[in-house]
Design a protein around this ligand. Structure first.
Ligand SMILES: [Zn+2]
Length: 167
């Protein structure tokens, strides 16, 4: 039986032949990073310069990534960057939904007062806003600061330097 080898082949990442985009400092990347010294999370963002990335919207990507991410961290990181870069991001993009969790069931006799859950169907404004936050902006210059040990990681030309300075 060749089931095992089939599974192995299938799980290989697709190679498209195109150049790797590199690990630009996107908010997707930020969501997966912690302090290399003390594992503090989430790192605080200071965005001195941001740039747009040409990424084609992909609703499936959003639905697949969200369970692996800390959504409140993404939401707050995006709002932070937006507030630091109003010229570029002040007017752009629909607001991120406050929560992607389904609301708690309504209390008895109170059927429609809860906020609806984010709509993550393909092409919905919520899904597009989340994709934009994850994939369409990158921090070009700035820094990340550990919330626990206050170590600072500079970001230069989209690349965060995650090597702690030697003491
Ligand atoms: Zn730290």
């Amino acid at each position: 039986m060749s089931l095992v080898s089939f599974a192995l082949v299938k799980s290989k990442p697709k190679t498209t032949g195109g150049g790797e985009r590199g690990k630009k400092m996107k908010l997707l990347t930020h969501n997966l990073m912690c302090c290399v010294k003390c594992h503090g999370f989430p790192l605080r963002i200071t965005a001195d310069d941001v740039a747009g990335i040409d990424a084609a919207y992909d609703g499936l990507f959003v639905r697949k990534m969200l369970p692996r991410l800390e959504y409140p961290v993404l939401r707050d990181a995006f709002r932070t960057v937006q507030s630091q870069q109003r010229d570029m991001l002040g007017h752009v993009a629909a607001p991120l939904p406050d929560s992607i969790e389904a609301p708690p069931p309504p209390a008895e006799g109170d059927s429609e007062s809860t906020t609806p859950a984010a709509d993550l169907t393909d092409g919905s404004p919520d899904s597009r806003a989340i994709f934009f936050a994850l994939q369409s902006i990158a921090i070009k210059e700035g820094q990340l600061t550990c919330p626990q040990c206050s170590l600072v990681y500079p970001i230069k030309d989209f690349i965060p330097n995650m090597i702690p300075p030697s003491a």
